[in-house]
Design a protein around this ligand. Structure first.
Ligand code: MN
Length: 261
């Protein structure tokens, strides 16, 4: 078959691409997307490197008082988890108040302040006593929630995806490495709206510790470097409206703040 002009053009393009990619790894040379897909990264304090996010896991009802306010038995039931899409991350720089868009579809938009653990490695069936070895660092995060949709979908026994796992639903401060800040088994955690404290608890009130969360998660999923875990929120979650400023505090980490716009 006589090659068309288009075929000839394609061959030339492939040959050109091969030359352009000389020096890159064979794998990179073979894999080429027809369009750009952005990765998700979180800045790391004290280095120019950034933490590439693989998956976002979140634990539900991990503080007894919050469990009660959500209508659950706060006894030590097995933990449950959900995920947010990786690109739900909204990076919030230190010493700034980031604009956070009020999402569509909701009339009851809630804050949940949470400690976030970021993993440098993973595996399956990780014992709790080895789990913290996989933690690279920690950050302050918000698990923003369309509460009305979460409740409605839950009541209808439907996935609560659009209540929890929507665009921009995971604001997060920069990651602090374990070498810098250690691990977090206790410490004050609080959230204020327009200067009024709304959530105020201690990380020691978690039902399942970060280590136990990693152990439990790794029975269901193979964990890996780049996974981050939102470790649950204390009681007194509540709504915000446009114009509100949320200030999140976790002892030994810098504050994180967003304004609802
Ligand atoms: Mn949460």
């Amino acid at each position: 078959m006589t090659p068309t002009r288009r075929d000839l053009f394609k061959s030339a393009a492939v040959a050109g691409a091969g030359i352009a990619l000389a020096g890159t790894t064979p794998a990179a040379a073979q894999v080429k997307s027809p369009f750009e897909v952005k990765g998700t990264y979180i800045p790391i304090v004290g280095t120019s490197e950034q933490f590439q996010v693989r998956r976002i896991y979140c634990i539900g009802r991990n503080y007894a008082a919050h469990s009660r306010e959500m209508g659950s038995d706060p006894n030590r039931e097995p933990p449950f988890f959900f995920q947010k899409p990786t690109d739900a991350i909204q990076n919030v720089a230190l010493n700034t108040v980031a604009d956070h868009p009020y999402p569509s579809l909701t009339k009851n938009y809630h804050y949940e302040v949470e400690l976030v653990a970021a993993l440098k490695s993973g595996g399956t069936n990780i014992p709790a006593e080895k789990a913290l070895d996989h933690v690279y660092g920690y950050a302050v995060g918000l698990d923003m929630t369309r509460r009305d949709l979460q409740r409605k979908l839950g009541d209808e026994k439907k996935p609560w995806e659009i209540g929890k796992s929507f665009d921009h639903s995971a604001p997060i401060g920069p990651i602090h490495r374990v070498e810098q800040v250690g691990h977090f088994e206790k410490g004050a955690i609080s959230l204020a709206v327009n200067g009024t404290v709304k959530q105020n608890s201690n990380l020691s009130n978690m039902i399942w510790s970060v280590a136990e969360q990693i152990a439990q998660l790794s029975t269901a999923f193979e964990l890996a470097a780049g996974d981050i875990i939102y470790s649950g929120t204390p009681e007194n979650v509540g709504p915000v409206v446009k114009g509100d400023v949320i200030l999140c505090k976790i002892e030994r980490l810098p504050d994180m703040s967003v304004k609802i716009v």
